[in-house]
Ligand binder design. Structure first.
Ligand code: SF4
Length: 67
């Protein structure tokens, strides 16, 4: 099953950790708030990487929900 990657933009404080670690999935906007660059993840390796990044986010702003 796929996962939908989301960033809670209200919680993000723009460390850039996610966009530096997984630039295929995240971008940091000019407002220094992260956004996802992809919607649903289906590849298990992509999901594993996204989960790892989510665990490292200091604001717990990244979530993966069942797609
Ligand atoms: S790691 Fe978390 S706090 Fe840092 S830019 Fe990404 S979503 Fe925002």
């Amino acid at each position: 099953m796929g996962r939908r990657l989301e960033v809670d933009r209200a919680s993000c404080f723009g460390t850039g950790l996610c966009s530096a670690t997984a630039p295929r999935f995240f971008t940091l906007g000019p407002d220094h708030v992260a956004a996802v660059t992809t919607g649903e993840l289906t590849d298990p390796d992509d999901i594993a990487l996204a989960e790892e990044v989510a665990e490292c986010c200091p604001r717990e702003a990244i979530s993966l929900r069942p797609a």
